[in-house]
Design a protein around this ligand. Structure first.
Ligand SMILES: Cc1ncc(COP(=O)(O)O)c(C=O)c1O
Length: 370
């Protein structure tokens, strides 16, 4: 008889469900025999503009070197990030996407008997990273779908090593302001690491959100994680980064895989960082798309959670699964969030003007059918 390898997995892993990504276009095309060119995917909070031409050029220039390992220290990208963010080189950690950073944190500071605090409806990778190393996730009830920082503070106990907070949060799009962050950081025990996940910050800069970098010098227990997957449009290459105290960065560097960021990602990220026009276009496209979706949803009599990300969680006030199914049949992929405990919602990423219009049009037809 064959061995039950699930039963032999470490207890935290046994209780995990695999992360469910947005359905790929080709998968839906195969399943429903649709033309991939006619499918609209608004399911993974991807940048709808296509990559920056400067990033593409950098990738092409790098191709001839594919037989070589990448620079394991990521010197060039780290230098540029340090200069951009006003920190020292030894405060930057690169990750294979910012998910890698979250995983490194869990591996460095969490273990059985210890816990991480995070919010209900928080990004799905926090429980995965926490449970995978056998630690406990302490889930704090959300308030109006957003993080209740006061309650999260109260949930910290002697076994808490990490608090994960996302601003804005995915999948809700909720956010908190500078005062709330300051009050929180000032009272978190200094030996608890606060991971401030700013995956979507470029969509909200200059807005009502704090900039995590402003707090780094005063709070050595703060780690700010960011990514090139969203506003910089490089999701497929997998490159993210953390900014922290040198000591926190040193610990992460000890558990990091030697070549965790590949050479195409390193060079494309360097180029994307310099492409201010692309970043501005990303922001502009998102602002316009958000306004377009909000107007369209309002016209359909729907409600949603106000969002500062590149996505919006729409509330259908009934089981959203059949609506999702009908959208798929029509070639529109959005994201069900029942796995987050939000079965009446669908999360819709902001697309191009045409993609948003298609989604609204199809949704209108689906709802009209009842
Ligand atoms: C809140 C949040 N953090 C982190 C990530 C991870 O992104 P990546 O690993 O592509 O950097 C995501 C991706 O959707 C996210 O929504």
């Amino acid at each position: 008889m064959s061995c039950d390898f699930l039963a032999r997995a470490v207890p935290g892993v046994q209780k995990l469900s695999p992360y469910v990504p947005g359905k790929p276009v080709d998968e839906l095309a195969r399943e429903l025999n649709l033309d991939p060119a006619g499918i609209v995917k608004l399911a993974s909070n991807e940048n709808p503009l296509g990559p920056s031409p400067k990033a593409l050029q950098a990738i092409r220039a790098e191709l001839a070197e594919l037989t070589r390992y990448p620079d394991g220290n990521g010197f060039e990208l780290k230098s540029r990030l340090a200069a951009r963010c006003g920190v020292q080189l030894n405060q930057v950690t690169l990750g294979n996407g910012s998910n890698d950073i979250l995983d490194l944190v869990a591996r460095a500071w969490l273990a059985p008997g210890l816990n991480a605090v995070f919010s209900q409806y928080a990004f799905a990778v926090y429980p995965i990273a926490t449970q995978a190393v056998g630690a406990q996730g302490k889930v704090v009830p959300a308030r109006d779908h957003g993080h209740d920082l006061e309650a999260m503070l109260a949930a910290i106990d002697a076994d808490t090593r990490v608090v994960f907070i996302a601003n804005p949060n995915n999948p809700t799009g909720t956010w908190f302001g500078p005062d709330a962050l300051e009050r929180f950081l000032a009272r978190v025990p200094q030996d608890v690491l606060v991971v401030l996940d700013e995956a979507y910050i470029e969509y909200a800069e200059g807005d009502e959100l704090p900039d995590g970098l402003d707090y780094l010098a005063r709070y050595p227990n703060l780690l700010v994680s960011r990514t090139f997957s969203k506003a910089y449009g490089l999701a497929s290459l997998r490159v993210g980064y953390a900014l922290s105290s040198p000591q926190v960065a040193d610990v992460l560097n000890r558990v990091r895989q030697p070549f965790n960021v590949n050479s195409l990602a390193l060079s494309a990220a360097c180029a994307a960082l310099e492409d201010a026009d692309y970043l501005a276009a990303s922001r502009q496209c998102n602002d316009a798309g958000m306004a377009q979706l909000e107007a369209g949803l309002a016209a359909l009599g729907l409600s949603w959670i106000a969002s500062k990300g590149n996505f919006i969680a729409v509330d259908f006030a009934r089981d959203a699964a059949p609506i999702n199914q009908a959208l798929l049949q029509a070639g529109v992929i959005v994201r069900p969030v029942a796995g987050y405990g939000m079965p009446t919602f669908l999360r819709v990423s902001i697309g191009t003007q045409a993609e948003n219009a298609r989604f609204l049009d199809v949704l209108g037809q689906v709802l009209a059918r009842g």
